[in-house]
Design a binder for this molecule. Structure first.
Ligand code: ZN
Length: 249
């Protein structure tokens, strides 16, 4: 009897150790992370891992693909404003705002693709990094944002291959590390919420960090872009974004 009890205890301790180890090295997506919590304009997903942890554990592609499946395939939402918000050590919130989709005009028809067309000065000046599958840019409207785009003409995040998506998030973390900046939020507009046809992610950087790192490092480029935008008769920014109000997101 005593032996049997010990066996049971041993099995329990084994299970308990195993569970603990599995939790520490677990790279599975917990189903609780895929439950959308409604709010006024849409819903949010809560992930207890930080953005960096998702990338370090090679879970970013799987996580974002899963929440996109919930939104696009299960709920049939294709027009949305997707926003990543850091919760510090408590992880990551991803908002999907879709309820005011009817008020959005979408990208301008016949909009030349500024992300694919490199034969213009504004694209050449704003480009700061060329990776095998992504480009990193300064914002052509000179706001405190870094822009990440896929090199291939892709219009939705879910249209990336697994490899492209893993690389997309990885390149994002690399550029933030290299520039020495934290991010405040990251925005990917889809469908009618877009300004441009080509998928782009805007990384919002806090003003102080922007001035301290990015503005200093790219001072010359920024001045040249300011000059180009101010004096070019054929204002390239109008060619590409028309007279749309500056997007607050
Ligand atoms: Zn394009």
């Amino acid at each position: 009897m005593a032996t049997k009890q010990n066996d049971v205890i041993d099995k329990f301790s084994y299970l308990s150790i195993k569970t603990q180890q599995e939790t520490e090295t677990n790279s599975e997506i917990n189903s609780l992370w895929l439950i959308p919590y409604s709010f006024k304009c849409g819903y949010s997903f809560q992930c207890p891992l930080t953005f960096k942890q998702l990338i370090d554990r090679q879970m970013s592609q799987k996580y974002f693909q899963e929440i996109l499946t919930v939104t696009e395939q299960n709920n049939k939402f294709y027009d949305f404003h997707m926003r990543l918000r850091s919760q510090g050590q408590y992880g990551l919130t991803v908002d999907f705002i879709y309820k005011n989709a009817d008020d959005q005009s979408g990208p301008i028809k016949d909009d030349a693709c500024i992300s694919c067309d490199m034969n213009n000065q504004l694209s050449q000046l704003s480009l700061i990094r060329q990776n095998p599958t992504t480009y990193i840019w300064l914002d052509t409207q000179l706001r405190n944002k870094l822009i990440v785009t896929p090199r291939r003409h892709i219009e939705r995040l879910s249209n990336m291959t697994k490899e492209e998506m893993a690389q997309f998030w990885h390149d994002t973390q690399v550029v933030l590390d290299e520039e020495g900046c934290d991010w405040q939020s990251m925005v990917l507009n889809h469908g009618k919420y877009r300004e441009h046809v080509h998928l782009q992610m805007k990384i919002n950087i806090e003003q102080h960090q922007w001035n301290q790192y990015i503005k200093k490092k790219y001072e010359k480029k920024i001045q040249q872009m300011q000059h180009l935008l101010k004096y070019n008769e054929n204002n390239p920014i109008e060619t590409y974004v028309g007279h749309q109000e500056f997007n607050q997101w």
